[in-house]
Design a protein around this ligand. Sequence first.
Ligand code: ZN
Length: 77
Amino acid sequence: MSRASKLSRPIPLRVPSIMATVRCPVCERTFEPEQSSALPFCSERCRQVDLGRWLDERYGMPYEREDTQPERPQDDL
Ligand SMILES: [Zn+2]
């Protein structure tokens, strides 16, 4: 009648891969490169955002103008 009461729980070998994280330059979110297919961005969407931003800057157009409400055309009599 001998019960081994030795608590020797095995430590799970699950080391977080902190070194393998990349920060998205668009949304500044930290993610793993393996989870993204649009590096160095976290997603394809952020990639498009960055591309659009770059194009807007090139053409001198304001960024993200879709959200803003259009001004009333005063030229219309
Ligand atoms: Zn992102």
